[in-house]
Write a new protein. Structure first.
Lengths: 335, 304
């Protein structure tokens, strides 16, 4: 009960922030009712998906300070569980999604136990290594379609199918992922104020001191890693139903892991709104850059060049991201 | 028997080049505790430099090494002065993602400039030639030359690090940057120099590698991971460690060869059905994970 109250309580933010949040939430709710292009709709769905990825990453990476660059493997686990179950045994999304989440969380415990004996850089590189190993495995595993991947062909189903999440119009997907998005915000808001959340911030500040205060550092990190994994795997499952065609390259490559970390980092790691701001800036930028520069002028890769430039600038100039920048401006105004 | 001898020989030759690849990463990490994700991209730049210089001037590809070395050295100084210097002030997350941004930037810049197709060297003094060592072991001449030259480059860097005043300055900066600054060592300049040497050595390795490895803009990540594994195995900050670890990782990349040998001698049906070649580098990633968990200090490490 107290956890629920914590999750619904946003009173520790300044009032102006809450007005902005309310306006933004209202916009998200009514956005599909206005005329829009299908491209804009796809971008919005991408934005919501990556916000949730970012929120998940933010629990371990932002609040806990453990730079995890291997989240893509859990996207893959979630996506593949849902896709395999739907294609082979016709199990609907609402059953396969929790199963995928459970598989991903179990796998995260298996990996997390040895991984969290490492610190800092060593941890970050090890997460990349484990993710790449899993991707290599999926690329030769025939049961999940090897490198060709799996395809969910919508002709077998009768859209709109709310059980299996097979729709013709993107608007259904939009509202489903929007629901998860709001739930995710509430969850992270509760997490922030929970015992584990405080323990994690203590660990981020100084691991040795946290341990001497009686916090079980190793176990706290593993638990948070599992929470982050659950978020990521959920969106992975959604990704399978939405994209309908999954292959190791676009669900499990390092690129995805980095994007996930980047959302949180650009917006401001360790703050509730950070990943959302990051995704709101980065995803439209990415889509439109690709659309305008990449497709029209025939310049392959220029969108990612600018992307890299943004990452470099942010990390060199303001490592706390856009949120940090806003805090700094606000602090100056106060005096 | 000749299969296993060939595999061993190939492992040793590629291992020597790989240890030169890892050396740069190790120096940069040792001196300023920063993990450089763009390392493989510098290798890619070295490969393109070697290839394009050879094609433009008609020189033998092996003679382009000094060009690649100079390009790498200057690029390293530039990266440090214009970018990495600012990263060092920030938290670890910013450093990791910062060099990652550099990696994305360089990789896609290469894609933009050179296109995504594979390119390889087809002409040269040694290209396509090979000789037999006996017992059925055939050594491609380019690989042998690359291995020998990389040992030479490795030795020069080792001498520079251990037998000169500058090297002592670098070592002092690595051990205790603040203390070194009090002793009058210009640590900023040492950091820049470490980037210069680090990137220079990896571009030289790239120019060697391009003699028998085709290059495309995506080649970097594989080598970044291999370099991380070698550095982890040899011990972060240890130069001789990088050399021996390079040889060991060379052996790991040849696991499919040994697997073929076992399949052939034991004549087991199930073994031939394992798609071992698609796991060629999986073992390297797995090795990194195991090393870090079992012995994070590596074989010769002094820094953790």
């Amino acid at each position: 009960m107290e956890a629920l109250r914590n999750a619904l309580d946003f009173s520790d933010f300044p009032r102006t922030d809450l007005y902005v949040v309310a306006v933004a939430a209202l916009f998200l709710l009514v956005f599909p009712l206005f005329p829009h292009s299908s491209f804009a709709m796809a971008t919005m769905i991408q934005f919501l998906m990556f916000s949730i990825y970012g929120m998940g990453w933010n629990t371990i990476g932002g609040y806990g300070g453990q730079v995890d660059l291997g989240k893509a493997q859990y996207v893959g686990i979630g996506a593949y569980t849902t896709a395999v179950m739907l294609v082979r045994w016709d199990i609907p999304f609402w059953i396969s999604m929790p199963i995928g989440m459970a598989v991903a969380v179990c796998w995260s415990f298996v990996l997390g136990y040895p991984l969290f004996r490492l610190r800092g850089h060593y941890f970050a590189i090890a997460t990349i290594a484990t993710s790449l190993v899993l991707k290599d495995l999926f690329e030769v595993w025939d049961f999940v379609g090897a490198a060709r991947g799996l395809e969910i062909s919508p002709i077998h189903y009768d859209p709109p199918d709310f059980l299996r999440l097979i729709f013709k119009e993107d608007i259904y997907y939009y509202y489903i992922i929007l629901g998860f998005f709001f739930l995710g915000i509430l969850f992270v808001n509760g997490f922030r104020k929970s015992r584990l959340g405080y323990q994690l911030r203590a660990i981020k500040d100084n691991e040795d001191v946290a341990a001497s205060l009686g916090i079980n550092v190793h176990w706290a990190k593993i638990k948070t890693y599992a929470i982050a994994t659950a978020f990521v795997s959920l969106v992975g499952s959604f990704h399978a139903c939405y994209i309908k065609n999954i292959e190791p390259e676009d669900t499990m490559s390092l690129h995805i892991s980095i994007l996930i970390a980047l959302m949180a980092m650009l917006g401001g790691a360790g703050s509730l709104w950070g990943p959302i701001i990051g995704a709101a800036v980065l995803i439209p930028l990415k889509s439109y850059l690709k659309e305008w520069l990449g497709a029209h002028a025939g310049l392959i890769g220029i969108d990612l060049v600018m992307y890299g430039t943004i990452i470099m600038l942010v990390s060199a100039v303001e490592p706390r991201g856009i949120w940090g920048l806003m805090e700094r401006i606000r602090g100056r105004r106060r005096g | 028997m000749d299969i296993i001898l060939s595999s061993l020989m190939a492992a040793m030759l590629i291992g020597m080049v790989l240890s030169l690849v890892a050396l740069g990463l190790n120096i940069i990490f040792g001196v300023m505790d920063i993990v450089n994700f763009a390392h493989g991209e510098f290798l890619m730049i070295g490969m393109y430099t070697g290839l394009l210089t050879a094609q433009a001037t008609g020189m033998d590809p092996l003679l382009t090494l000094p060009v690649a070395g100079c390009v790498g050295f200057l690029l390293g100084l530039l990266c440090y002065g214009a970018f990495v210097r600012f990263l060092l002030r920030g938290p670890m997350l910013a450093q990791l993602l910062g060099t990652f941004g550099l990696m994305v930037f360089l990789r896609n810049l290469a894609l933009l400039l050179f296109g995504s197709e594979d390119r390889a060297i087809h002409h040269g003094l040694l290209v396509g030639k090979s000789f037999e060592l006996g017992f059925g072991v055939i050594v491609p001449a380019t690989k042998l030359a690359a291995a020998l030259l990389s040992v030479f480059a490795f030795g020069s860097v080792w001498l520079l690090m251990n037998r000169t005043r500058t090297g002592k300055g670098l070592l002092a900066t690595a051990l205790n940057a603040q203390g070194a600054r009090y002793m009058g060592i210009p640590t900023e300049r040492m950091n820049a120099l470490a980037w210069g040497i680090g990137v220079g050595s990896v571009t030289v390795a790239g120019a060697l590698l391009v003699n028998f490895w085709s290059v495309n803009p995506y080649v970097g990540l594989l080598f970044t991971m291999i370099a991380f594994t070698i550095v982890a195995l040899g011990g972060f900050g240890s130069v001789p460690g990088a050399f021996f670890a390079g040889l060991i990782v060379g052996l790991i990349t040849e696991i499919p060869g040994f697997w073929d040998f076992l399949t052939f001698t034991l004549n087991l049906d199930w073994m031939s059905r394992v798609p071992m070649t698609s796991f060629k580098y999986t073992w390297v990633y797995l090795a990194y994970f195991v090393i870090m968990v079992v012995r994070p200090r590596g074989l010769f490490g002094w820094k953790l």
